[in-house]
Each structure stands twice: as C-alpha cells, then as structure tokens.
Design a binder for this molecule. Structure first.
Ligand SMILES: Cc1cc2nc3c(=O)[nH]c(=O)nc-3n(C[C@H](O)[C@H](O)[C@H](O)COP(=O)(O)O)c2cc1C
Length: 310
C-alpha cells in the first residue's frame, strides 16, 4: 500500500488532504456524514477576537464553475470557540489548524495566545486578506511591509507553527511569499479567493450585498496551480506550501502537489460533494499504486524535476 503519511513541523499527518477554512465549519457537522478523523487535518472557519455577525445577505452567488461569497468572516469569537466548540473538537482523532484574523496586529496576537493551550490545534493559518484598520483599510496581505511586521510580531509570541495564507489579488504573489518566509513564517498556504463580481441584470444591481466577493471553486484551479508553481520555483524547499483552490478530484489535488504543494485543502467542493475530500484521499492512493510510487512525499514538486518541453 502506498504511504500517504508525512511529517511537517515535527507533526506526522496521516494524509495530505485537509479541508479548507470556511467550507467545513469547525469540523462538527460533517460527523453526521462520515468519520472526520479520516481527514489529514481540518482547518477551522476564521476566528477573531470578538464575535462577528458577518455581512447582510445575499452573500453567496453561483458563477460559471464556481461561487462568489461575501460571508464577512462570521464567527463566534475565539473565547466562545474555546469554551463551547473546542471540547467537541478534542474528541475527533485528527489535527486541527486554526484559521485566524484580526483588524490590527494586536488582535491577531491575542487570538493566537488564546489558542496556545489548545493541544488539538497544532498550527495557525493566518488569513491576511483582512483590512488593517491602522493602515486605512488596506489588507495586510496586500502590503508587504505590514505583512512582514504582522508575521514577525506573531512569531515572537507563539510556540505553534505559523502558516500564512496568501491573497492571490496581487501582481506577484512570490514577493509576498518571500516576505513571509524572511519574517519567520513556517509555511505558506496558496490561495485565498479572488475578488469578483456578479451583476443581476433583472434587478440591475450587483448580486451580493457587498457588491464584490471572493471567487472560489473549479474556476480558480489553474490560477492556484500557477501561483504554487511560481512560489516553489522562487523559494524551493525553504518552507512547505499548502495548496488550496479549485480542488474537487484527486487529479486536481495532484496538480497542486506536482506544482510544489506538500499538502492540499479541499474547499468549495465540500458544498456540492461532501465526500470529495475522502474521494481525493482514495484517488491519490490509487494513482500512487498505478505509478508504483510508495511514498507520498516523492510526488511533491515532481513537475519541476521533469524536463518539461513546451
Ligand atoms: C463560504 C466560504 C468561506 C470562507 N471563509 C474563509 C475564512 O474564514 N478564512 C480563510 O482564510 N478563507 C476562507 N475561505 C477561502 C477558502 O478557505 C479557500 O481558500 C478558497 O475557497 C479557495 O479554495 P476552493 O476553490 O477549494 O474553495 C472561504 C471560502 C468560502 C467559499
């Protein structure tokens, strides 16, 4: 049998298939459908210092090969999460990664500190697509100086590994990846959603209450693969890259992995095929068997090692 387990930050994950933030809640609802402990890891919905109600509806709209959302980072706040949700998470036999965000550096740090004692949470994933209120609202992830400073400030205060989830809404994602690595990030997650808009021509206005939203789903697969490829080319093995964006099947996941991802996350696919993460795990296993590849890690970045001719 091929070996899908691998080590990252001194932690042995049972497989490289995780579920993406915001598409799987806190991992509790899916227990009614399947055994969540089969997943390599669960990334939680974004957590902030204070509870947030999110944006007004409509905040989801279907697009060709994807969806646009403007949920607005709705969540109960990190303290309520620790009191009411975390004890349930502790019963699930897989690792959790807390996706976190804030409007200031101090808020990000406080959220992490509240989670430091939670053993089941093995790493933080920073959502940096949030407006920095101290810098006029420009997202942390769109301002390399603010991004570097954020990563440094958090790293000083925490013991768990820090992953930074990059925004694709920039000209050169590799510049931001480099800043994160030089500021001490332990890993990178590529990519968050792309800003898009849908107009309802009957109502003669944008569909979403916020006008624009984040595009996700199969439509963004080639963009995610390209950004992982470019980042891997630039940074090589300096830090692991986690791939997310447009993954529904094992073939999609394998594109991320061949481009340089050490693990992948399934996002929007959870909404239209809740079993897709399990199918991806089984599909990767079968693919490895058919190719005679024993260890999953041999697949990572493989397309860079081949002599690719146009
Ligand atoms: C409804 C919804 C909510 C999301 N919430 C978050 C979030 O709280 N934090 C975050 O970093 N990303 C969030 N994302 C982005 C996803 O984690 C993922 O990066 C993105 O959807 C691309 O992957 P996909 O094409 O497989 O969905 C959300 C995406 C969707 C569709």
């Amino acid at each position: 049998m091929p070996n899908l387990s691998f080590e990252l930050f001194g932690i042995r994950f049972k497989n490289p298939v995780w579920v993406a933030s915001g598409t799987f809640g806190y991992g509790l609802e899916a227990r009614e459908i399947y055994d969540v402990s089969r997943l390599g890891a669960v990334v939680t919905k974004g957590l902030s210092l204070r509870p947030r109600g999110g944006n007004e509806p409509p905040r989801i709209v279907e697009t060709p090969c994807g969806m646009l959302n403007s949920i607005g980072l709705q969540n109960p706040g990190v303290e309520k999460f620790m009191l009411e949700i975390y004890p349930e998470i502790e019963k699930i036999d897989t690792y959790f990664i807390a996706n976190i965000f804030g409007e200031t550096e101090e808020e990000y740090v406080e959220v992490c500190l509240t989670l430091e004692s939670a053993k089941k949470i093995v790493a933080y994933e920073l959502n940096v697509s949030c407006p920095n209120v101290k810098k006029g609202g420009i997202a942390f992830g769109h301002d390399p100086v603010a991004l570097g400073s954020l990563v440094e400030s958090i790293k000083k205060c925490i013991k768990k590994p820090l992953l930074v989830k990059l925004s694709p809404n920039v000209t050169d994602v590799t510049e931001f990846a480099k800043v994160c690595v030089e500021s001490g990030a332990d890993g990178l997650v590529l990519i968050n959603t792309l800003v898009g808009m849908v107009i309802d021509i009957e109502r003669e206005r944008p569909d979403l209450s916020t006008k624009t939203g984040g595009l996700s789903g199969p439509a963004i697969l080639p963009i995610a693969v390209r950004m992982i490829w470019e980042t891997f080319e630039k940074l090589g093995n300096r830090v692991p890259i986690i791939g997310v964006g447009g993954i529904t099947t094992e073939r999609d996941a394998l594109q991320h992995i061949y481009a340089g991802a050490s693990a992948v996350q399934v996002g929007t696919a959870n909404f239209y095929d809740p079993l897709s993460p399990l199918k991806v795990i089984e599909g990767i296993e079968k693919f490895m068997e058919s190719k005679g590849i024993k260890n999953f890690t041999d697949l990572v970045g493989r397309a860079h090692r081949l002599d690719v001719k146009a």
